[in-house]
Design a protein around this ligand. Structure first.
Ligand SMILES: Cc1ncc(COP(=O)(O)O)c(C=O)c1O
Length: 389
């Protein structure tokens, strides 16, 4: 059953000036990504048929399924975080002089030495860490939950990443990755932050902002404002927090309403909003939306979403399947987690249990909607099965 909760902590102008929010001042991410070989802004597509079917004015979707050839937005976070890690190591050893070009400078990279980067992942982040490591000639080790499907493992192995299956969930993998990094002298590139470990996940979160920056002109052109809505899917929450913080800082009180979408059985943000503090989900953590199957909020993402989101909803898998099919009809390849923003919109417009939320948030024929298709067919077998059913 779908659930919803309006955010009573939302502030129209949050102040993110404290030390813990310092990383939000970083602004070199898009220029860093522009410097990478193969960089291209991903398309922003207008969904005409779906808009009229769902009874809204306009839906635009940022399609990340082709990002850097690894089929998910996650490449943006891992690459920027690893750049910042290498810059820091260089700085300690040699002082200034590690810039965007250094990332392509084999001599400089060799001078730094060979590293192993490790991460916990349901699939996409691990693939992004492995992709970046391979590009630089470093090693990667990725810890994955026991339920992981074979294709997500081979996606990582094909980027020369070593996969280790952990008997447990994504959150168990985060713990193991942290311990193994310390034991082996590896660098952990986590996409979630926990007490005592926030710098690297903050750079991952920073990196995602490039996709939102790429939309800036269109948001202005379409005159998207405070009566419109953006649906942001949340796992550990860095992606949604990246979008929410960027929109809040850029558009202030005129930002579109922010709807956070989670799977019914892994809704740590909705549950945290209910408790007024970051808590682990009480759900069973079973969902086809593998990228969102995270049980614990990232400690850097939680305060951002607590201060800026309007509405939290959690939805059953059937809406993700429906969304994947609808996207496919429009020629957009969207995997289970990728389609979850549209899944949230479908649920909000059609699910009886969300009827009051729909009325209160004020979504209807005049609303413009922003969605992000965060992944393509990262599990091609299941993708085909769902889309053809
Ligand atoms: C396709 C996809 N979408 C969304 C997310 C959610 O990102 P976050 O964990 O930062 O909330 C993930 C995370 O792995 C993902 O793979």
């Amino acid at each position: 059953m779908s659930k919803y909760l309006f955010n009573t902590e939302r502030k129209s102008s949050p102040s993110w000036d404290g030390r813990e929010f310092h990383f939000l001042k970083n602004n070199d991410m898009i220029n860093f990504h522009r410097s990478l070989s193969g960089y291209k802004p991903t398309p922003l597509i207008k969904l005409k048929n779906i808009s009229s079917d769902l009874g809204v004015k306009n839906i635009i979707v940022k399609d990340e399924s082709g990002r850097f050839g690894i089929k998910a937005f996650k490449a943006l976070g891992a690459s920027y975080a690893i750049f910042r890690v290498l810059k820091k190591i260089w700085g300690k050893k040699y002082g200034d002089g590690f810039d965007f070009n250094s990332f392509r400078d084999k001599k400089k990279l060799d001078k730094l030495g060979k590293f192993t980067f490790c991460a916990a992942s349901d699939g996409n982040h691990g693939r992004a860490v492995a992709w970046t490591s391979k590009m630089l000639g470093h090693n990667s080790v990725i810890f994955m939950p026991s339920e992981t499907v074979t294709s997500r493992i081979t996606n990582i192995e094909s980027e020369s990443g070593k996969v280790i299956i952990v008997d447990g969930t994504y959150d168990d993998c985060v713990k193991v990755a942290s311990e193994e990094a310390k034991r082996n002298g590896w660098f952990e590139i986590a996409d979630t932050a926990y007490p005592g470990y926030t710098d690297i996940p903050s750079w991952v979160l920073n990196g995602y902002s490039t996709l939102f920056r790429e939309m800036e002109e269109k948001i202005t052109e379409y005159k998207i404002g405070k009566n419109d809505l953006i649906f942001l899917q949340a796992g550990a929450g860095a992606f949604a927090a990246s979008g929410a913080s960027w929109l809040t800082e850029k558009f202030g009180e005129d930002r579109p309403k922010i709807v956070i979408v989670e799977p019914m059985e892994a809704s740590c943000y909705l549950e945290s909003a209910g408790e007024g503090k970051a808590v682990a989900t009480k759900g069973k953590m079973v969902t086809i939306m593998a990228g969102l199957n995270c049980g614990v909020p990232s400690i850097i993402a939680w305060p951002i979403l607590r201060d800026s989101a309007d509405l939290f909803i959690s939805i059953p898998d059937k809406y993700a399947e429906e969304a994947m099919k609808l996207f496919a009809k429009e020629g957009i390849i969207s995997g289970e987690s990728g389609a979850s923003g549209l899944a949230g919109l479908i649920a909000l417009m059609t699910d009886e249990t969300l009827k009051d939320a729909k009325a209160k948030i004020g979504i209807g024929k005049d609303s413009q909607i922003i969605l992000i298709n965060t992944e393509g067919d990262t599990d091609p077998e299941n993708y085909k099965k769902i889309v053809r059913s």
